[in-house]
Design a protein around this ligand. Structure first.
Ligand code: ZN
Length: 153
């Protein structure tokens, strides 16, 4: 597992509550990687490569950026007026669940391709008390769940 920290802004489109306002979090992303085989050193994947790849992608796309849903035209229009504009449009609401899903489904496969490891779980901590995760179960099915750390023993 490799942990990467980043800061980002977001808002939840049509949330109806306070999360509909522009705000941000100090996020923590945990990448869990598995592999069919270990290399000659005994590793599934070199941790340095894993860090470089995952941190590199997050630095380039999400860190100090603003994540919005593609349907949120009002936020996209507003953010495009800001110079410099640093915006990342997602196909769905940027909840912690969907961010984990996006990293697992859209980012990790190509990011880790050729390095021997496959991401099978991504966990996004939005606060230090709650996280959401996306994982691939034994039937290759995507499972998305969220946890309040106070309830996880
Ligand atoms: Zn939030």
């Amino acid at each position: 597992m490799r942990r990467i920290k980043f800061c980002a802004g977001h808002r939840l489109y049509k949330h109806g509550g306070k999360c509909e306002n522009f705000h941000g979090h100090n996020y923590v992303a945990d990448f869990f990687v598995t592999g069919e085989s270990q290399d000659s050193v005994g590793r599934v994947m070199d941790f340095a490569d894993l860090k470089a790849k995952c941190k590199g992608w997050l630095d380039e796309h999400w860190d100090h950026s603003f994540l919005v849903c593609e349907q949120d035209e009002n936020a996209i229009t507003a953010l495009k007026m800001v110079k410099p504009c640093r915006l990342f449009v997602m196909p769905y609401n940027p909840t912690a669940e969907n961010m984990a899903k996006y990293l697992l489904e859209e980012v990790c496969p190509s990011l880790l391709h050729g390095f021997g490891g496959v991401a099978n779980r991504v966990r996004i901590w939005e606060t230090d008390e709650s996280f959401a995760e996306a994982s691939i179960d034994e039937h290759d099915k995507l499972v998305v769940s969220s946890y309040d750390a106070a309830q996880v023993v």
